[in-house]
Write a protein that binds this ligand. Structure first.
Ligand code: ADP
Ligand code: ZN
Ligand code: ZN
Length: 719
């Protein structure tokens, strides 16, 4: 039978094995259940489970996973509590630091503790019973032990010679300086946040690799966060090549349930040295964590957009201070929040303005679309003649171009010229997009799709036509305008199939494409050697958007897009970024022309400070959803009165409450949305009000008979 040396032999749970004790267990409760997040259970094992131990407990008619939060005294007799169903001893308890991180996130983002703690666990582990979990852990430990015994595995079994561990390049002076600033914090295990402000192509990844190397050499684990799943394979490859004898796992939502559980377990058990993941990886338990890297820290994908709306970037910084370890935020266009913190001295800024190999950033050219040259064919031409000529010139030289248009589909709306009918979505306040390829109208918000009507559904007119232009139409037009060019399109539609993005990118890299048409999807991370022209077809929209972060996003997007060009030092000289614009004088473009992010940041921060916007104030949105917009508005108006009372009672007079308004997308999938903005110069005051408001809002919802769904978005991306 099981040998005594097996560390996994667990105490058998039996009601007779010890005196009864109560434990508070964090469980996932339905939102607004009005119960406290931790429920009391009785446990009588010896030893008792420690805080952080995963258990299974009865909840209603089900048995669910829970995390022991504290050991509590038994309640007085007569208040019977249910016993814990099972203790998952095979899993070491989640550390105090992990519990603190999840508790902080729950408090700060106004969600249930149990909800946050349980959602941070892989779904498969939430379902597993003690026996399944023990088996899984044993299998992982055995496979790692076997791999260790076999020594570093040969790269592959093909006849080609085994790949040698990659050499490290000699660092540039800037890279060296950046690395040297962070090394002492890794060595000393000191909390510090560094903002690596490095141009695209300045070699930020090499800095990450060197710092990871230093942490690994000390036996520490490293967490590397990336904004998007698409970016994980490339980075994973670079880390895996550099650290062939270390174990690397990835964590993101496109893994299978079993992979995700295994990778998470490897991290938690200390069997993985490097964890590379998207925002959800910020909650990975890492007993030996020594360094956190957040690549493209400005990217909006770090903010969760539903449920617990946390910012993984901000939580990473908090985690660093909690666990006493350095955090490195990297970006060519840092978020203004991070930029301001660096200016305040809270973060240390490390600058790397130079591109490796002296490749310079492409020169900016603004194509004034107001001039006659740009306004051919009654302003309908997608591309100015000069741009078309430039594309053709590139093609003839064997160079590549990228055309950026942030709108997928053929046309954003279908229109009847006789009666003015438009392809409105019946479930959302949005147009349905015309997709010519499969002749459908699709709502990009709720997904409602049907066939394109043969005639106007309103008046029967046969002459219904697309208005405006998306990537599909642009690619189609280009193939007529540039008959010799090989044109490819990459966007969310063209890359639905598994591996299709990879194969399309491979075609670009292999030089099988002259002009690539794409959405912002292609602007991130990819390194196109022969690309010498990047052109934004219609970037102006963002200049006048109501979203106060629109200019910041546009700047980041265009800098990132520009970074795709001129990677090859030889070609860098003639690399250009072209913008078709009706507002060539706009200051955002002027700063872009100089590649001057600091100047751009300064002017934006000035405007934000005058307007009292973040980072100079702190925002929260109270959202209410209902079938009926008036009900949602009434809910918020009543909430607003309660909030006003609370601010008066508590002396929280620094908080501004704005009237309820519908967001830009007011109706989504037949749900009407209304939101109310809360603004304060004081983060603690806002936090205090929000937590006081929780019970009040829950009671108010009950008054509304549950017909309202409400949620708080702390530090919202858009207002
Ligand atoms: P970033 O992440 O800042 O955009 P990368 O890390 O992708 O930049 O680096 C750009 C290119 O320069 C990559 O091909 C990388 O391999 C190369 N590189 C980085 N550092 C060095 C170095 N010190 N010496 C030579 N090549 C380098
Ligand atoms: Zn009509
Ligand atoms: Zn819709």
């Amino acid at each position: 039978m099981a040998s005594v040396t097996n560390a996994l032999v667990a105490p058998v749970l039996s009601p007779h094995s010890g005196p009864a004790q109560a434990v508070a267990v964090a469980v996932e409760l339905p939102q607004h259940a009005g119960l406290s997040d931790c429920l009391l259970y009785e446990v009588s094992t010896y030893p008792l489970p420690e805080p952080g131990q995963l258990v299974r407990v009865p909840l209603g008619k089900r048995t669910v996973a829970g995390v022991v939060w504290s050991l509590d005294p038994l309640p007085p007799p007569g208040l019977p509590i249910k016993p814990v169903a099972d203790v998952l001893w095979a899993l070491p308890p989640l550390s105090a630091a992990w519990r603190q991180l999840t508790a902080f996130a729950a408090g700060y983002y106004q969600r249930g503790l149990g909800e946050l703690a349980l959602q941070a666990l892989p779904p498969e582990l939430r379902k597993a019973d003690a026996k399944q979990l023990a088996q899984r852990v044993r299998r992982l430990q055995q496979s790692v032990a076997k791999a260790r015994a076999a020594g570093p595995a040969p790269a592959d079994t093909s006849p080609s010679p085994p790949a040698l561990p990659q050499d490290r390049p000699v660092l540039s002076a800037e890279q060296q300086a950046a690395v040297e600033r962070v090394l002492p914090d890794i060595g000393a295990g000191r909390a510090a946040t560094h903002l690596l402000f490095g141009a695209t192509g300045s070699g930020k990844t090499e800095v990450y690799l060197r710092l990871a190397e230093a942490a690994l050499a000390q036996g520490r684990q490293v967490l590397v966060m990336v904004p998007e799943i698409n970016l994980t394979p490339q980075l994973e490859r670079r880390f895996a090549e550099r650290f062939p004898s270390h174990r690397l796992v990835s964590l993101h939502s496109s893994l299978t349930a079993a992979q995700r559980a295994n990778h998470w377990l490897m991290a938690h058990l200390g069997l993985a040295d490097l964890v590379l993941g998207t925002r959800l990886s910020v909650f990975t338990p890492l007993p030996q964590l020594g360094l956190v890297i957040v690549d493209e820290e400005h990217d909006p994908s770090y903010k969760q957009q539903d449920g617990a709306r946390y910012s993984a970037r901000d939580l990473a910084v908090y985690r660093g201070s909690l666990e006493g370890l350095p955090v490195l935020l990297g970006s060519a266009t840092p978020s203004l929040e991070s930029w301001q913190r660096a200016a305040d001295g809270r973060y240390r800024r490390l600058d790397m303005p130079q591109r490796i190999g002296a490749g310079r950033m492409p020169a900016l050219r603004l194509l004034d679309m107001r001039s006659a040259a740009g306004n051919t064919a009654a302003g309908k031409a997608a591309l100015a003649p000069a741009l078309l000529a430039a594309l053709e010139e590139r093609r003839a030289r064997g160079e590549q171009s990228l055309l950026l248009l942030n709108r997928r589909g053929y046309a954003p709306v279908l229109h009847c010229s006789a009666c003015d009918w438009k392809s409105q979505c019946s479930h959302c306040s949005a147009w349905r997009v015309y997709h010519k390829i499969d002749r459908t109208l699709r709502c990009h918000h709720c997904g409602w799709t049907d066939r394109v009507p043969k005639a106007c559904p309103n008046c029967g007119n046969l002459d219904i036509a697309p208005l405006g232009r998306g990537t599909e139409k642009l690619a189609e037009q280009l193939s007529t305008l540039l008959p010799l060019a090989r044109i490819a399109r990459i966007d969310a539609d063209s890359t639905r199939g598994v591996g299709s993005l990879e194969s399309q990118l491979a075609a670009v890299h292999a030089g099988e494409v002259d002009v690539l048409v794409g959405t912002q999807m292609v602007t991130k991370g990819h390194d196109f050697r022969r690309m010498t022209l990047v052109a934004a077809v219609n970037p102006d929209g963002a200049l006048f958007a109501s979203d106060f972060r629109a200019a910041e996003r546009l700047f980041a997007l265009l800098m990132q897009a520009a970074g795709r060009a001129g990677r090859d030092a030889e070609l860098a000289e003639r690399s250009e970024l072209w913008l078709q614009t009706w507002h060539p004088q706009h200051p955002v473009y002027a700063a872009l022309a100089r590649h001057d992010y600091p100047a751009f940041a300064q002017s934006q921060l000035h405007e934000r400070s005058l307007a009292g916007l973040p980072p100079f104030s702190h925002l929260a949105l109270l959202r209410a959803d209902a079938r009926d917009a008036q009900a949602a508005t009434d809910f918020l108006l009543q909430a607003s009165e309660h909030l006003r009372e609370l601010t008066a009672q508590e002396g929280l007079d620094s908080i501004l409450l704005y009237p309820p308004v519908p967001p830009p997308l007011a109706r989504l999938a037949d749900v009407e949305r209304v939101q109310m903005l809360l603004e304060s110069r004081s983060r603690p005051a806002l936090q205090r009000l929000l937590s006081l408001a929780q019970p009040v809002l829950m009671a108010l919802r009950t008054q509304h008979k549950g017909l309202i769904r409400w949620a708080v978005d702390v530090d919202p991306l858009a207002i």
